[in-house]
Design a protein around this ligand. Structure first.
Ligand SMILES: Cc1cc2nc3c(=O)[nH]c(=O)nc-3n(C[C@H](O)[C@H](O)[C@H](O)COP(=O)(O)OP(=O)(O)OC[C@H]3O[C@@H](n4cnc5c(N)ncnc54)[C@H](O)[C@@H]3O)c2cc1C
Length: 392
């Protein structure tokens, strides 16, 4: 789809396209395009290239490295990055803890953390979820008890994505057990090298180890690491989760993956023939392209309506459809690979092409997309209540 952009926005799109296709190292873009797992170093290198150009944290206050861009420009920045196979900045730093510290942290916390967070000199993990506290996050049980100048933290977090790389973890902890559950929670920053912090890997269905459990056993955390006021953490978490749902529909990367799928389809038939001649497959691809186009238009409508900087409730629609389409495309690629998709364990010297070897692990990995960032069932509840007015 070609949008009718203003001359200024057309120039902006070109500027972003040029930057992402020339200034981010090719080996990183190749890794993303091949849907291989990125290393920590690759993610850091990519963010640091963006930060050096001043475009790593455009959503932050200008004073801390943000850009005074319009919501449409931010959308274009995000989309061009995905179309160019550039990894999006680490959400934990970029759209979660950074904006929270900038909005609610003390001046001391801002000076201590924001520049390093923007440059990924500190790799943050998100320590919110616990067993029995995912969708019902306010039920969390990890405690932080004041002891002199410190808090003593005990408990367990789970599903901590890329926690194995984490330098620091931002957590929600219970500081008052005697009030309504939302009212007794605080937002605490914890150095993951502190004695008593243990990160235990969880093996996922695709064989990868991108999520972890994080255990806290009498971890001593200086009270100055509290963000904002004690027992106000739920407000900061709601602010953070609102940001998390902005830019959640990865239209750019799904479009790119679908166009690669079409390329693969051209030779995936018997004897290297094109599967695009199969009317059923052609219809399936056309259907996905149309759905993506509709999602892209919806994303632009949401962008246009969130000019006050607040997340629009329709971002739940983007999360829901965005993840459904992301999953549908990964499924299509497994279908295209056919029996070759079983060769996921084969090495580089295998006759099976790489795209077919990564098809099944990718398909399995993306089952997560409808769970994290607020499960799709919960998004449906939000859509029913907030947008359709169907509160029961
Ligand atoms: C791969 C992955 C990475 C993650 N990374 C992180 C991370 O880095 N840090 C972090 O803090 N958390 C992380 N999470 C946790 C994630 O936010 C939670 O898994 C998610 O909020 C769902 O919570 P739950 O797993 O406890 O499921 P539950 O809330 O127990 O839900 C179980 C089922 O019930 C449904 N359900 C629950 N409540 C409702 C409702 N009100 N209406 C309708 N249906 C409902 C759910 O949709 C789901 O199908 C990650 C999760 C995954 C899968």
């Amino acid at each position: 789809m070609k949008l009718h952009l203003s001359d200024e926005d057309v120039a902006f799109r070109e500027e972003m396209h040029d930057f992402f296709t020339t200034q981010i190292p090719q080996h990183i873009r190749d890794t993303v395009a091949a849907r291989r797992e990125l290393t920590k170093e690759q993610i850091v290198e990519s963010v640091q290239a963006m930060n050096a150009a001043g475009i790593a944290v455009p959503n932050w206050p200008v004073e801390w490295g943000g850009k005074d861009w319009t919501p449409l420009q931010r959308h274009i920045w995000h989309e061009e990055m995905q179309l160019a196979s550039v990894p999006v900045p680490l959400a934990f730093n970029h759209s979660m803890v950074g904006p929270v510290i900038a909005a609610f942290g003390s001046q001391e916390l801002k000076e201590r953390f924001l520049a390093k967070t923007a440059n990924l000199d500190i790799w943050w993990s998100q320590g919110f979820s616990e067993p029995d506290a995912g969708s019902d996050l306010a039920s969390l049980r990890t405690t932080a008890v004041r002891d002199g100048d410190d808090y003593l933290v005990n408990g367990q977090k789970t599903w901590t994505t890329l926690g194995q790389y984490g330098d620091w973890i931002f957590t929600l902890v219970r500081t008052d057990p005697d009030v309504k559950k939302q009212a007794g929670i605080s937002f605490l920053l914890i150095d993951m090298t502190s004695p008593g912090v243990e990160v235990r890997p969880i093996e996922l269905i695709d064989g990868g180890h991108e999520v972890n459990e994080v255990w806290f056993d009498n971890v001593r955390v200086p009270a100055e690491n509290l963000v904002g006021e004690e027992n106000k953490g739920w407000d900061y978490a709601k602010f953070l989760l609102g940001n998390e749902r902005v830019g959640v529909a990865p239209v750019g990367s799904t479009k790119r993956t679908l166009s690669l799928a079409k390329e693969h389809a051209k030779t995936a038939g018997p004897g290297g023939t094109s599967l695009l001649d199969d009317p059923l497959l052609a219809a399936q691809v056309a259907d996905l392209e149309n759905e993506l186009l509709a999602l892209e238009l919806t994303a632009l409508r949401v962008v246009a309506n969130s000019a006050d900087g607040k997340p629009h409730p329709a971002s739940s629609v983007l999360k829901l459809r965005g993840t459904e389409l992301q999953q549908a495309v990964t499924e299509l690629i497994v279908d295209l690979a056919g029996p070759a998709s079983l060769a996921s364990g084969a090495g580089e010297d295998s006759d099976v092409p790489e795209w077919a070897r990564v098809a099944t692990p990718n398909y399995l990995n993306f089952r997560k997309a409808s769970i994290y960032g607020g499960s799709n069932e919960v998004q449906r509840q939000i859509i029913a209540g907030t947008i359709l007015g169907l509160r029961g």
